[in-house]
Design a protein around this ligand. Structure first.
Ligand code: ACO
Length: 427
């Protein structure tokens, strides 16, 4: 039976179809609203707007559920790795051994950057924000690897592997440049994460060998960040891709959206906040009081989420991982104690309880990355590397959607009504 919702406005009444998702989520299809009534909807921040149908990631924010292609994040965190999870997100099911081997081989193949590409890094100031470099360099990939405007499946496969692989090399090179260190070429015998750590931390005279614990933890961080349905950066990728912009251009835009402190940039802001508390700048209690005071403009970074109103399952996994990684590396980081204390008092505070504000993925990820020796300004870059398979999967889903249209929202105009031009001498 087709369900409908009834909208009455003035003397007009219309029936709007109700769409049901595979997990029972209901949405009112308003695609004919304007044509039938002249009305549009207004939903700042899109908190009530479904922009597409998607089969990639499912989140139930009240129950703290996150699944990639139906598989709970906890199972992937326990059993999978980043390359396999990337395949799952992009192609919709777990790869066979042969598919995974082929994919891994293509990731290895695409890891080096064109030699001329390498010289582009010299054009940026050494203290350039790594997210700016990353976004620019992903766009630059379009110059070195022009994409077919309408890639077939085989071309798309190569483009996806090229982007997932090269983003890691670009990230490592931007770090090396910022430190005044020589670039380290990828090592073909190393897997995805170990190869990234090699390019970050090896020297021409000394091979860096990452411990299995660090490789495992970074794999975990990348997997947990790999997709999160229609978040700000993914929506950006879909909006840009809806104009038929190529994969690199669309994902470069995603990097820019991710950069902001209310989104991926929060992992940097969290660490700065914890450091400030630790240095005695402010106490945990003062930070909490400031976050509750709207006039301060300060928010408790790493807390709150548009969708999760119970707990963020990624934060739960990372909190446990933080203990394990720091323990295995023998790192005693006072910021972990500050984070635990802050979490404890926030979760007991009525302001946070009433608004259902819980630690999000960014709250503990920075502490783990810091223990691995990754500098703070690279945290959001790591997030971008992790999110790449999600962006690619969404770009492709939209590309394949025959009913897809260019994203072009409407507005409620609030400016001047018709106003005459006044010559400059008479103003
Ligand atoms: N600290 C203090 N108050 C907060 C916080 C916070 N971190 N987050 C939300 N609130 C308050 C708001 O002031 C608002 O209060 P009000 O109802 O009295 O006006 C209420 O909680 C609801 O907040 P909204 O801003 O409406 O929530 P929204 O869904 O728009 O924002 C967001 C979600 C951006 C994540 C927000 O919680 C925030 O700014 N958090 C801090 C930044 C952060 O950690 N971002 C990372 C998010 S996860 C990710 O992108 C990977």
């Amino acid at each position: 039976m087709t369900r409908t919702a009834t909208l009455t406005f003035g003397d007009q009444t219309i029936e709007l179809p109700v769409i049901e998702g595979s997990e029972g989520e209901l949405g009112v299809d308003i695609s004919q609203l304007r044509a039938k009534t002249g009305l549009i909807t207004l939903d700042p921040g899109f908190g009530n707007t479904g922009a597409c149908r998607s089969a990639i990631t499912y989140i139930d924010g009240d129950k703290g559920i996150l699944r990639y292609r139906g598989i709970p994040i906890e199972q992937l965190a326990e059993n999978s790795n980043f390359a396999e999870t990337a395949w799952l997100l992009i192609y919709g099911k777990l790869p066979s051994q042969e598919q995974l081997d082929t994919f891994s081989e293509r990731l290895r193949f695409h890891a080096p950057l064109h030699e001329s590409f390498k010289h582009h890094f010299e054009g940026f100031p050494v203290d350039a924000p790594p997210m700016a470099t990353l976004s620019a360099m992903i766009n630059t990939l379009s110059c070195f690897h022009p994409e077919s405007p309408e890639p077939d499946e085989a071309e798309f496969f190569e483009e996806a592997a090229r982007l997932i692989s090269k983003v890691r090399t670009i990230a490592a090179y931007s770090y090396r440049r910022s430190m005044g260190l020589p670039y380290i070429y990828p090592a073909p015998h190393l897997h995805y994460v170990a190869n990234f750590l090699h390019m970050m931390f090896s020297n021409p005279y000394e091979q860096h060998v990452a411990s299995p614990e660090v490789v495992k933890a970074l794999n975990l961080i990348l997997m947990l960040h790999a997709d999160h349905e229609q978040n700000c950066s993914t929506s950006t990728v879909r909006v840009v891709g809806s104009s038929k912009a190529n994969l690199f251009a669309s994902c470069a835009a995603g990097v820019s959206a991710l950069w902001g402190p209310l989104h991926g940039g929060a992992n940097v802001a969290v660490l700065e906040m914890l450091e400030s508390i630790h240095r005695g700048g402010i106490s945990a209690e003062q930070a909490l009081a400031q976050a509750k005071d709207k006039s301060s403009g300060f928010r408790l970074m790493g807390f709150g989420h548009r969708v999760y109103k119970n707990f963020d399952p990624r934060a739960v996994i990372l909190k446990k991982a933080a203990d394990e990684v720091l323990g295995s590396l023998g790192v005693k980081d006072p910021l972990l104690d500050v984070a635990r204390r802050l979490e404890q008092i926030a979760l007991e505070d009525p302001y946070f309880v009433e608004r259902k504000l819980y630690p999000n993925v960014d709250f503990y990820s920075g502490i783990i990355m810091r223990a691995m020796g990754i500098p703070t300004n690279m945290f959001t870059v790591i997030f971008a590397i992790g999110r790449m398979p999600g962006w690619i999967a969404h770009w492709k889903e939209q590309y394949d959607d025959q009913a897809g249209r260019i994203a072009r929202p409407r507005q409620i105009y609030t400016g001047n009504t018709e106003t005459d031009y006044v010559a400059i001498g008479k103003r």
